[in-house]
Design a protein around this ligand. Structure first.
Ligand code: ZN
Ligand code: ZN
Length: 360
């Protein structure tokens, strides 16, 4: 038996309870978690913005040590340190055949599996976004574990699987920020902080962080922001003023709200690029009139999991981390236990802090 954070039903509070985990079957791997980050997508699953089968153990950004492996698993062995990958690609579907593995249509197929049972009543449990990282131990498909990069503590490496890949990929793959360009980042949470750091690595000349909270300025500046704007109705004007009247070359929206998507788009120069990383609901309608789309010549792109291939991007990120260019611990503002997750959700709703990290 291990302790886990279970979402009993959409809209219900999380339950910290014991679960029974089976031994890993063929192709599966049992992992003892070292740490797991609390991501906005976990909140989106609890409030129904995103829907997956429940009851489920949440948590999809984590790292740990392999305890045991099932038949046929050869890429990792007991004792190996691994990073969890919540969006494994199948290699066979249409997006995978195009090399766009982040759009794999089978990435979340495992979410429907029953992977464990609640100890108190034997209820079937689903593995949230595949990996059920809000638990002392988990059992996942073999393609959900990647070797952890050497020389990086597991408590730091935990963030690689979602926030860091997403923020890094948004800048490098989606927005394709080039040296000397100007960048605005909307939303200074875990992904926003990773995005700021990625913009710094890309050599952006000006990095403008935008958030509703004035309290995040120091956090944003330590992640690479050169300017800080407290979000208001005139944010696009503020950003134009900071960039010689032009607007930024690239804006990255890490909030998922219509008003911020629109503000990000309006903050870019003519021909500028906006990347939407935030995940919003169907009620968030963004509108544009035809003439402005023509006049501004701008681009608006969605971005899934940083448009990243974790197997390719993790080693690159590891180099940046080891060289001191990317500071993983700088993303974490709270270290908590499993019981602290509901309070971390409250902070997220209130717009407080960066990443909360469950440390086991
Ligand atoms: Zn996430
Ligand atoms: Zn696929």
């Amino acid at each position: 038996m291990v302790r886990a954070a279970v979402l009993p039903a959409v809209g219900s509070p999380l339950e910290i309870t014991e679960i029974d985990l089976p031994e890993p079957g063929p192709g599966r791997v049992r992992v003892r978690l070292a740490a797991a980050g609390v991501c906005h997508s976990d909140l989106s699953l609890t409030n129904g913005t995103m829907r997956l089968p429940v009851p489920a153990v949440l948590g999809h950004e984590g790292a740990g040590t392999v305890v045991s492996v099932g038949e046929g698993v050869t890429h990792v062995a007991p004792g190996d340190e691994v990073v969890l990958n919540w969006a494994p690609s199948c290699g066979d579907c249409h997006p995978c055949s195009l090399g766009e593995v982040w759009l794999c249509v089978n990435a979340l197929a495992g979410a429907a599996d029953v992977y464990a049972h609640r100890a108190s009543d034997g209820a079937d449990l689903h593995p949230g976004l595949n990996v059920a990282a809000f638990a002392e131990e988990t059992v996942v498909a073999g393609n959900c574990v990647l070797p952890a990069p050497a020389g990086i503590p597991l408590t730091d490496a935990a963030l690689l699987g979602c926030a860091v890949l997403t923020g890094y990929g948004a800048v490098h793959h989606s927005a394709q920020v080039r040296e000397g360009e100007t960048v605005a980042v909307f939303g200074v949470g875990g992904v926003g902080l990773a995005t700021l750091q990625a913009a710094r690595i890309a050599g952006a000349s000006q990095i403008i962080a935008v958030d509703v909270s004035p309290e995040k300025e120091e956090l944003a500046r330590s992640a690479g922001a050169t300017e800080y704007v407290v979000a208001s109705e005139k944010t696009p004007k503020d950003i134009r003023k900071l960039t010689g009247g032009h607007g930024v070359d690239a804006a990255v929206e890490c909030v998922g709200r219509a008003v911020t998507i629109r503000a990000a788009w309006e903050s870019t120069r003519r021909g500028g690029r906006t990347t939407v990383v935030g995940i919003g609901g169907k009620d968030q309608q963004v509108s544009f009139h035809a003439l402005e789309i023509f006049h501004w010549g701008r681009t608006l792109s969605g971005c899934v999991y940083g448009n990243s291939d974790p197997a390719v991007d993790l080693p690159v990120l590891a180099e940046h981390i080891r060289a001191g260019r990317f500071d993983l611990s700088g993303l974490v503002t709270d270290q908590i236990a499993l019981e602290g997750i509901p309070a971390a959700f409250e902070n997220m709703i209130a717009g407080k802090g960066g990443r909360a990290l469950v440390v086991f």
